[in-house]
Design a protein around this ligand. Sequence first.
Ligand SMILES: NC(=O)c1ccc[n+]([C@@H]2O[C@H](COP(=O)([O-])OP(=O)(O)OC[C@H]3O[C@@H](n4cnc5c(N)ncnc54)[C@H](OP(=O)(O)O)[C@@H]3O)[C@@H](O)[C@H]2O)c1
Length: 265
Amino acid sequence: MQKAAIITGGSSGIGKALVLKYANEGYAVTFTGRNKQRMQQVSNELGKRTHLALELDASNRGDNEKMVSETIKSFGRLDVLVCNAGISMRALFEDLDPDVFKRLMDINFYGAVYATKFALPHLLESKGTIIAISSINGWRSTPARSAYSASKFAMQGFYESLRTEIMNRGVHVLVVCPGFTCSNIRNVALNAEGQAQGESPRDEEKMMTSEEVADRTFEAAIKKKRDLILTFQGKMAVLLNKFIPSKLDKLVYKMMKKEADNPLK
Ligand SMILES: NC(=O)c1ccc[n+]([C@@H]2O[C@H](COP(=O)([O-])OP(=O)(O)OC[C@H]3O[C@@H](n4cnc5c(N)ncnc54)[C@H](OP(=O)(O)O)[C@@H]3O)[C@@H](O)[C@H]2O)c1
């Protein structure tokens, strides 16, 4: 029977690249998202390859339950769950509407918790793989990204606990931490009032591609790696933060202060 994967947030960026990668590797793929047009585009690119496109909200518990039950109904099994759906934000915490903070936690963190909760029985059965798409911000926070960083730290704490809980049950847990990656995330990142900021404040062309993140993620899962930390800058941030965190506070502030229209004072 064909193996099956679920990828949350598959309509764009890293999620879309993962959908195409898993489909090319022979998996039946379920992917979710909210943007009908972009989801249709991904479906068109998949063509005859077995897939299920579900218009669902990652932050909704019932939608996550449906995502898993529809997958089992269609494909009869589940081998890989990728918790990828996510949004970002950019604002000083002092200006940030707490509802925007909550929205980030609801999508990035609770979205992963719900998806994992409903998928876990099937993954225990197939001795499958859980892949969490976190961020370098899950190791080292940056200013004006308080809610985003908090959501990624929360994800990593959750998966570290779960990985240890199920370590003798045959399910592999991989946490992927991309560095800056070319995608739509900075265009739709929320400002202090919860509106999409509309454009990226960084040069997207200079970033790692979403396709490279997807390829490296697939390989790391095959090799049963625990963590995948991407980009030279990302690896340095994680390493230096371990040994010289105060120095890194200053370096990170300086780096983020260079962003176009940054809110730092
Ligand atoms: N790009 C980077 O520099 C970077 C770096 C580190 C980590 N990451 C992580 O990589 C993951 C993917 O981000 P990306 O860079 O590929 O961004 P992206 O191009 O904006 O894609 C985000 C995906 O998540 C989906 N999504 C967002 N909110 C959702 C919701 N409530 N329900 C269902 N789907 C939702 C979007 O679909 P719809 O718009 O159709 O809802 C889209 O498919 C995120 O977890 C992000 O934190 C990205």
